[in-house]
Unconditional design. Structure first.
Length: 329
């Protein structure tokens, strides 16, 4: 009889301890939240052990018992979670039941390249660069999305994206491509066609304008220069296309760079390069669809923000000399 009483008291005591563990936040959560990553395909004991190891719960046994009682032990969601400060075991379980994973804001800036985006995704530990690059140039993916080029370069819409760890490269790249498809309205596509531009050509020219323009008010002027040169059969002579060709994004070119034999070298080849050199925003796309009504054929930097535009080679050479002189002062 005494043994039975003792056993009952022990069970009640254990139950009280586990109840306390369920209702009391882990010490690590007293003042600060904890970031916990739950990989896919873990069983309930492994999930509980990981939560305990990361300081999100007091007792893995209590977490397992609570999940079994809820009947959710087979439906806990994998992903990266931010467990708030003061969260109890019960609240941690509800978080994993809900699947409200942590979201990362990733900015694709106007004029960013596919390579720059891939590096950003890898820095945020959202996606390995190799996985991103594989999908960005996958012929099947390109065909499904009606992309003419050899990669998704130029077809990703610059914006801030909410991404979560665990998303596939196809999901991430697909979302950005679909955003560009939505932004290119039927009216814009019709205007491009009226100017003799396919969507691929539109994005290619817009990407060059994007990388040349700094001040937004100059986009239409720069677009006009390139439009005028194309109509006259003149090479574009756009430095950003050569930077893209030789892998010198945003860096100064040498004479040897300008002489390189490459499809993207618009100093050596007339017409548009084979595809976009970056991902243009709506401002540059609209500039190509409606270039300024000017006869400029040349431009050169005046300062970090603005350019000097010219109609003749003589005017241009004078502007170049003035710019070089200003740089030496």
């Amino acid at each position: 009889m005494r043994f039975r009483t003792f056993a009952i008291l022990m069970l009640l005591g254990l139950g009280a301890v586990e109840t306390w563990r369920i209702l009391t936040p882990a010490p690590a959560l007293n003042d600060t939240p904890r970031i916990v990553e739950i990989p896919a395909h873990l069983g309930l004991p492994e999930i509980a052990a990981r939560l305990w190891y990361d300081g999100a719960i007091r007792s893995p046994e209590a977490f397992v018992a609570l999940s079994l009682a809820h009947g959710t032990y087979r439906s806990l969601r994998a992903g990266e979670y931010e467990v708030p400060a003061g969260a109890t075991t019960s609240e941690v379980l509800k978080l994993l039941e809900s699947g409200h994973v942590r979201r990362h804001l990733v900015l694709l800036r106007e004029g960013d390249t596919v390579a720059e985006l891939g590096r950003a995704l890898e820095r945020e530990r959202i996606l390995p660069y190799a996985d991103f690059a594989r999908v960005a140039g996958d012929p099947v993916f390109l065909r499904v999305h009606s992309i003419e080029g050899s990669s998704v370069e130029g077809y990703l819409f610059p914006d801030t994206y909410q991404l979560v760890r665990g998303m596939t490269a196809e999901q991430i790249v697909g979302r950005m491509v679909q955003r560009m498809e939505q932004k290119l309205t039927p009216e814009m596509r019709a205007r491009a066609s009226e100017r003799g531009l396919t969507v691929h050509a539109l994005l290619t020219l817009a990407s060059i304008v994007e990388r040349e323009a700094v001040a937004p008010e100059e986009r239409r002027l720069i677009a006009a220069v390139f439009d005028n040169r194309l109509r006259r059969g003149m090479p574009l002579q756009a430095d950003p296309t050569v930077q893209y060709a030789v892998g010198k994004d945003r860096r100064t070119l040498t004479r040897a760079d300008l002489a390189v034999n490459h499809p993207y070298n618009t100093y050596q080849r007339s017409g548009l390069p084979p595809g976009p050199i970056a991902n243009p925003g709506l401002g540059s796309i609209n500039a190509v669809l409606d270039p300024a009504p000017v006869k400029y054929l040349y431009f050169v930097k005046k300062d970090d923000q603005h350019h000097q535009f010219s109609m003749t080679i003589e005017e241009h050479n004078t502007a170049v000399a003035r710019y070089r002189l200003a740089r030496t002062r």
